[in-house]
Design a protein around this ligand. Structure first.
Ligand code: PMP
Length: 542
């Protein structure tokens, strides 16, 4: 391809997506999405926006629509225009589109988005204007296929559009701040620093601190997993554990299996690894065994599962299906990757069957302290199949030279002091109350045809939508009502996505969950009545 042809292929859309089904006119949708990108830093101060003609062409809309959007953005202080030179992003002065001091970031489903704290935006006081790039670097042609891949773009598409003020967050999958034991962790860090001093500040051994691995092995023994400290590899969050397993098994083009609906972060990792990801159809009990046997012919490199409280559905794989999965894995020679991200978050005791790893030492068992304790520890681990200990440890070293020594010691201290048990009692009883508050409020607020099952463990609940109701449309309508949910489309291995919404109940207190359910009920009624209206018109026209 010639350089000129490559340049012609530059994507001027800025990732903006126009949705004719929304009530907001196109110019407003463009202005909102550009403003959101400016506020979250994707379009930095000094960035030169595409010419209105190019943006209009990329969005298949009229140039005047883009001109109007740019006029709004100029009026609201987001951009400035210079005749002949183009429009540039202005440095933020801490004021939002309304002119009122801004306290909230534009909201988006974050993975969990999720995660991190993207919800509060504190604009810097005086950002020096960044220099506009004049190099003409052909970034669009330099970018790897992985960064541009569809699963990674889904998040960006859904995070478009600004929203300010009071929003109930039923999308975020992390504990609200009142459930994060910051004083206890601080005491542990202080103790580590006082007793170990500089030793706590060195690089950690490749497999992770032995002290911590022994404690984890003891914890696992209580849930029937017979692992020694040497089987355990400490990782930087379980996200890195998934990355390491993918890197250890996948060559570009290899098939990797997941459930039909699965964790979006796992889809991202597998896509980045170059795998062809195939979602295995299944039901509430787990993946369909006949489908798995059929798929064995594709020589998959592994099957990724969350047997206990699947993300996004909140259901767990049944005892019978677990036995069948292990038998299939051994027969087919395809390893299982068990993500036990919600370990110990059992809300109705005695309902979770033993893990896959408790039945088979060739299972990769991945887990984390993010959901049951503190996400910022960034401590996860893999119980490795014996033959995979050395290759995974080599990879881990190559990836980041080790997980924070200080935080591993602090976590070990936390566990040695017996603080985890007390903490778990507190969070599971809070999550039980939150689950019940949300479930009861949903029962009272949801329109007919929208159904859900009260989860027995974990922090997510799945709403099934009636056929023909688009989850992304509901996501948008809910956002406008002041409640953030996650549309099923982001959890689907192959498009089109599952018709449902994932709701979390860990990030908000009970009274806010009730308000969220009421707002969501209103949004659903709106979308569903519009749909009925549209169908009536269609039928009348027919
Ligand atoms: N697995 C699942 C199912 C998750 O939902 C998440 C995060 N939301 C992770 C793994 C990764 O979490 P972390 O890296 O914080 O351990």
């Amino acid at each position: 391809m010639t350089n000129a042809a490559q340049i012609d292929q530059i994507d001027h859309s800025l990732g903006i997506v126009l949705d004719p089904r929304l009530s907001a006119p196109f110019y407003r949708q463009i202005a909102d999405q550009v403003a959101a990108r400016i506020l979250d830093g994707r379009l930095p101060a000094g960035y030169r926006l595409p010419p209105t003609r190019a943006l209009a062409a990329a969005l298949s809309t009229h140039r005047n629509t883009v001109v109007r959007a740019f006029e709004e953005l100029t009026r609201d202080g987001f951009i400035t225009g210079h005749v002949g030179r183009g429009s540039f992003v202005l440095a933020r002065d801490g004021r939002g589109t309304t002119g009122a001091p801004m306290t909230r970031a534009p909201l988006a489903i974050g993975e969990d988005e999720d995660d991190g704290a993207p919800w509060v935006f504190a604009p810097p006081d005086a950002t020096p204007p960044a220099r506009a790039s004049r190099s003409g670097m052909p970034w669009q042609t330099l970018l790897s296929r992985a960064v541009e891949s569809e699963p990674l773009r889904r998040m960006q598409r859904l995070s478009a559009g600004g929203l300010f003020g009071d929003v109930v967050n039923l999308s975020r999958m992390q504990a609200s701040q009142d459930l994060l034991p910051h004083r206890e962790l601080r005491a542990c860090i202080d103790h580590v620093m006082a007793t170990l001093g500089p030793e706590a500040l060195e690089y950690a051994p490749g497999q992770g601190l032995e002290r911590l691995r022994i404690l984890i092995a003891r914890e696992l023994a209580q849930s029937g997993i017979d692992a020694q400290a040497e089987d355990i590899l400490i990782t930087t969050g379980s996200q890195q554990a998934l990355d390491l397993v993918a890197r250890a098994l996948v060559d570009p083009g290899d098939v990797f299996l997941t459930e039909g609906r699965t964790y979006s972060g796992a889809l991202n990792i597998l896509t980045i690894s170059g795998a062809e990801v195939i979602g295995v159809p299944g039901d509430d009990e787990g993946p369909d065994l006949a489908e798995l046997v059929e798929l064995t012919r594709r020589r998959p490199k592994g099957l990724y599962l969350m047997p206990s409280s699947r993300n996004p559905t909140g259901t767990s794989i049944s005892e019978a299906r677990r036995q069948a999965l292990v038998a299939w894995s051994q027969d087919a020679g395809v390893p299982l990757v068990e993500d036990d991200y919600g370990a110990d978050l059992e809300l109705d005791p005695g309902t979770t069957p033993p893990s896959l790893r408790a039945r088979d030492a060739d299972v990769f068992h991945v887990s984390t302290y993010s959901k049951k304790l503190i996400p910022a520890l960034r401590v996860g681990f893999i119980v490795c199949p014996p033959a995979m200990r050395a290759p995974l440890t080599r990879l881990k070293h190559a990836m980041d030279l080790g997980t924070s020594t200080l935080l591993q010691h602090a976590l070990a201290e936390f566990l040695e002091r017996g603080l985890l048990r007390a903490h778990l009692e507190r969070v599971t009883s809070a999550y039980r109350a939150r689950r019940d508050a949300l479930a009861d409020a949903l029962t009272a607020s949801l329109p007919e045809g929208v159904t859900f099952r009260r989860p027995e463990r974990g922090v997510v609940l799945w709403l099934s939508l009636p056929a023909g109701v688009d989850p992304e449309l509901v996501y948008e309508a809910a956002r406008h009502e002041g409640v953030l949910v996650s549309p099923g489309t982001v959890y689907s291995a192959d498009l089109p996505g599952a018709a449902g919404l994932r709701l979390t109940y860990c990030a908000e207190p009970p009274e806010r969950l009730v308000a969220g359910a009421e707002r969501l009920g209103r949004a659903l009624k709106n979308v569903m009545s519009r749909r009925h209206g549209a169908r009536r018109v269609e039928l009348m026209g027919a």
